[in-house]
Design a protein around this ligand. Sequence first.
Ligand SMILES: [Zn+2]
Length: 413
Amino acid sequence: MNNFDIAHKLNNAKFIFREPIMSGHYVWRSSGINFVNNIYKILYNEISLVRNTKTIQCGSIVKIDNYINLYKEVSDYKNVFASVNFNYAIRPENTSVLLKALHENKDVIVMINTPLYRQFQSKAFLVDQRIWPAPSFCLSVNKRLLIHTIDDIMSHLNLFFDKMLLPYLWIEQKKGFKNFAERMFLPLMPENSKVLTIASTLYVLSGVFSKKLSTDEKIIQYGFSERLIYLYCVMQENKPYVVWPSGVATFDILISEDIEEHMNSYIEKTRYKVFKLNKTINKNTRIEDQLPIKEGYPIILFRNNNEIFYKLAFTGEIGKLTSIEMIKDLLQKSDSAILINNQTYFNECLSEYKVEFLCEKCENSLEGFASLGNCYPEIFSNCKRCGMKNSLKKLFLPSNTRSSINEKLINKK
Ligand SMILES: [Zn+2]
C-alpha cells in the first residue's frame, strides 16, 4: 500500500481530486472537507468533556510576526516562514494561533479546524494554499494537575479513536525534540502490516511556550492531520475503496432515488444521501453490482422488484430490508466488521514488535531491537534482565524492519 493507492481510495470516496497539483499535494474536495469537519465535530464533543470549562474555537489565520516570534527560541523546530514577505498565512501548523487565543481567554480549551471550505466556499482558495486537515487543541493547566489532565485527555482521545474504529497503542517518548515539547505522548497505529507509526501527537509544550504566555502553567497541545485518515485507509488494504465508520462517514446511508419518498419520514435527513442509478448502461448487470459502493457510506438501500434491499459496503452482504429498525443493527454490523478487520491488522503489525520491562541500562543492550518509548499509562515491574525494581514497560522495534518513518520514532541516544 503506497501513497498512490491511498490517493486512489480517497479519490473513489470523492474526497480529493484525482491529479495532485504537484507531486504528493492532493487537493481536497468539498465532500472530503465535510468529512474532516465531521471528524472535528466528534473530537470537539469529546474534548468538551475534558474539564469543567468552556471549549472555544478560533480561526486559522497565522500572523507571521507571532509565528516567527514564537519559534525563534525553539531551535529544533524548523521555521517555515524564514524567507517569506507577507503578514498573514494559513498553515496547518497553528500552535501560534492557539497560544494567542489561549492568552486572550482564561481557563478555556481552544480548538482549531483548518478546513475552511464552509466559510469561504472557494475551492480555488484550497488549491492555492494547499490546505490539508489539521484539527488541534490547546489548554493550559496547573502543574499539580498535569498528569491528571493528560490522563483525562487521553481517555477522551481513546473514545475518539474508538468512534473512528482505529486501534492504537500509546507510548511516551522521553528523548529528543526537547526545545519544543517537554513530554511527548504518541498514539501508534499501523503504517503497513509490519510498521507502526505516529498517528498524531499529544505534547506538553516546553517552558519556552509558557514563558511566552507569561504563565507558570503547563500547556498541553494535541493535533492530528490527514494522516489519521490515511492510516484508516491503510487498514483496508484489500479493497480499492474505503468504508467509513457510521457516525463518522458524512452520511450513514445511501438511498436510491426511487425509494427515497418511502424512507425520508423514517430516517434523519442529515444521515442519508440520495443516489440515482444509471439505468441506461449496464443493462445486463444486476442492480446490486451497480451501486455507488466506492464512496464508502456503510449502507446502501435500493429497490429490486418492488422490494427494498440493503447492501453493506464493507462486507458486501445483501438482504431484504424488512423493517426500518434493522438499519441500526446493520450499521453496528458494518462497524463491527471494520473494527475486527482493523484490530487484526493492528495485532499482526504489533507482533513484529517487542514489549518488555527493562531498566534504562538493559534497554540499550537489547540486541536486534531499538527502543521506541515507554508504554503509556506507565506500568512498572522488575527488569527482565537484571531484576532492577520499578523498570518501565517499553516498546521495541526489531532493527531489521527499520524504515525512514521508524527512524523518526526511535529514541535518540
Ligand atoms: Zn536491567
